[in-house]
Design a protein around this ligand. Structure first.
Ligand code: GDP
Ligand code: IMO
Ligand code: MG
Length: 427
C-alpha cells in the first residue's frame, strides 16, 4: 500500500490532471483536498477530453472511490453541472462522496470576488472570479456555511439569513453594488441540498478506513506551490494551501500517513493571473511556447504567461512540499528549439540568490541567471522509455532534477495517457 500526495510545483496548470489520471489507474481512492472550481484539470482519454473542476480526476475509472475533502470549497451548481456533464458522457459518478465539512460557495461570494477585484484596480490579483477567496474568508471568519449546514434545512435558513444581511450591507455600502434576495437563495440552495444529499459523507473517516485496509490513496492537489497562501507570491496567490501539508488538513489525515509527495512541473513555466514571474518571456518565443503548448486557461480561457524553467522555484517547491519525486510534463512542447535556457539563480544587488524571496520588491528586481542547453529536433511524442529520448532531452531533464534536488519519476510527452514515460513506479 502507498499514499501519494500530488502537488503543483509552479503556478498551477502543470498537468496535474493528466498525471493524476495516469496514477489513478493503480489507486483505490482519489481525493481533492483544497481549492474549488478555480481549478481546471484536463484529462484526455482516447480521443475524448475531460475538463474537471471539482471532481477528482480518478472519476474516469470505474470503481475508484473519489472524494471531495473538507478543505475544498464547493459551488453546488458547478458540482451538479459537472456531475451531469460526466454522466451524459457515460461516466459513472456513483463513487463520488463529498465532505460534510467542506464549505459552500454562495452567490454573494462570487459577487464579492468580482467587487474586490474591481476595487483593487491595477493591483488586482486576477482571480478566476469563482468566489474562492470570499468563501475561504467566511470559513476563517467562522461564518461559512458547510455542506452539513446546507443539508440541515433549519441551519441553512438561519445561517443564510445573517450572511445575506451582512453581505448585502458590504456590497451596497462598501462596493456600491446590488445585493441578493434571501428567499431566492434559500429556495435555490434547498434544491441543491436535495440533489447533493446522497453524496455527503464524513470523508476523513472514509480515507482513514481505506488507509487501514492498506490500499493505495492519491491526493490530488489543485493550483500550485507558488499560489499557496503561505508559501506563494503573496498576495498574488489563491486562498488555500495547495502545498503537501494542505493534504493532511484538507483530507483529514495525519502527516504520518503520507508516504510520497510528487511535485508536477512543466518543462518550462507558466502563470495565469497577475503577480511576479522572473523567467517570463514577453516576446515571440513566449508567444510560440503559448501556441505550441496550447497555454490558455482551462477554467477561464485566459492566455497563460510563459517563460523558461526556473530552478529556484523548483528547489523551493521541493523544500516547502518535501517532494520525494518530480513529474516533468510537456517536454514535447520544447521540441524544435535550438537552445533552451534554464534559470539557476537570481541576481539581486550584485549577489546571487538561490532561495525564493518573500519580498515582492526584491523579486521584481531579481534578474534570472540562465544556463544555456542545447535543444532537440527529434519528435519525442511517441517515446515510451527514458532511453528513447534524445541525449539533449535527457541532459535537460537531469539538470532540472539536479537543480530541484529531487529525482524524476514521470515524464510527459503529450496529452494522452499513453504519452507518459515512467522512470519510478509510485504505486
Ligand atoms: P492542471 O491544472 O495542472 O491539471 O493542468 P491543465 O489541465 O490546466 O493544463 C495542462 C494542459 O497541458 C492540458 O491541456 C493538458 O492536456 C496538457 N498536458 C498535460 N501533460 C502534457 C504533456 O506532457 N504534453 C503536452 N503537450 N500537453 C500536456
Ligand atoms: P489548477 O488546479 C492556475 C490563480 C488565478 C489567480 C490566483 C487567485 O488548474 O492548476 P482564485 O480564483 O483562486 O482566488 O485566483 O490563482 N489560479 C490558478 N492558476 N491554475 C489554477 O488551478 C488556478 N487556480 C487559481 O489565476 O492568479
Ligand atoms: Mg488547470
Amino acid at each position: 500500500m502507498s499514499t501519494v500526495v500530488l502537488v503543483g510545483a509552479q503556478w498551477g496548470d502543470e498537468g496535474k490532471g493528466k498525471v493524476t489520471d495516469y496514477l489513478a489507474e493503480k489507486a483505490d481512492l482519489v481525493i481533492r483536498y483544497q481549492g474549488g472550481n478555480n481549478a481546471g484539470h484536463t484529462v484526455v482519454v482516447g480521443d475524448e477530453e475531460f475538463k474537471l473542476h471539482l471532481i477528482p480526476s480518478g472519476i474516469l475509472y470505474e470503481n475508484k472511490l473519489c472524494l471531495i475533502g473538507n478543505g475544498v470549497v464547493i459551488d453546488p451548481a458547478v458540482l451538479l453541472e459537472e456531475l451531469r456533464g460526466l454522466e451524459s458522457r457515460g461516466i459513472n459518478t456513483d463513487n463520488l462522496r463529498i465532505s460534510n465539512r467542506a464549505h459552500v460557495i454562495l452567490p454573494y461570494h462570487r459577487a464579492l470576488d468580482q467587487a474586490e477585484e474591481e476595487s483593487k484596480g491595477s493591483k488586482k490579483i486576477g482571480t478566476t472570479n469563482r468566489g474562492i477567496g470570499p468563501a475561504y474568508m467566511d470559513k476563517s471568519a467562522r461564518v461559512g456555511i458547510r455542506i452539513i449546514d446546507l443539508i440541515e434545512e433549519n441551519q441553512l435558513a438561519d445561517m443564510l439569513k445573517t450572511n445575506v444581511t451582512n453581505k448585502n450591507n458590504l456590497l451596497s455600502k462598501i462596493y456600491n453594488s446590488s445585493g441578493f434576495d434571501y428567499d431566492k437563495i434559500l429556495e435555490e440552495f434547498k434544491e441543491y441540498a436535495k440533489a447533493l444529499k446522497k453524496y455527503v459523507a464524513d470523508t476523513s473517516a472514509l480515507v482513514n478506513d481505506v488507509l487501514e485496509e492498506g490500499k493505495n490513496i492519491l491526493f490530488e492537489g489543485a493550483q500550485g506551490t507558488l499560489l499557496d497562501l503561505d508559501h506563494g507570491t503573496y498576495p498574488y496567490v489563491t486562498s488555500s494551501n495547495p502545498t503537501a501539508a494542505g493534504a493532511c488538513l484538507g483530507a483529514g489525515i495525519g502527516p504520518t500517513k503520507i508516504d510520497k509527495v510528487l511535485g508536477v512541473v512543466k518543462a518550462y513555466t507558466t502563470r495565469v493571473g497577475e503577480g511576479p514571474f522572473p523567467t517570463e518571456l514577453i516576446d515571440e518565443l513566449g508567444e510560440s511556447i503559448r501556441k505550441n503548448g496550447h497555454e490558455y486557461g482551462t477554467t477561464t480561457g485566459r492566455p497563460r504567461r510563459c517563460g523558461w524553467f526556473d530552478g529556484v522555484i523548483a528547489r523551493y517547491a521541493v523544500r516547502t512540499n518535501g517532494l520525494t519525486y518530480l513529474a516533468v510534463t510537456k517536454l514535447d512542447v520544447l521540441t524544435g528549439l535550438d537552445k533552451l535556457k534554464i534559470c539557476t539563480g537570481y541576481q539581486y544587488n550584485g549577489e546571487i540568490i538561490r532561495d525564493f524571496p518573500a519580498s515582492l520588491q526584491v523579486l521584481s528586481k531579481c534578474e534570472p541567471v540562465y544556463e544555456e542547453m542545447p535543444g532537440w529536433q527529434e519528435d519525442i511524442s511517441q517515446a515510451q522509455s527514458y532511453d528513447e529520448l534524445p541525449a539533449t532531452a535527457k541532459a535537460y531533464l537531469e539538470r532540472i532534477s539536479e537543480l530541484a534536488g529531487a529525482p524524476i519519476a514521470i515524464i510527459g510527452v503529450g496529452v494522452k495517457r499513453t504519452q507518459t514515460i515512467v522512470v519510478h513506479e509510485l504505486f
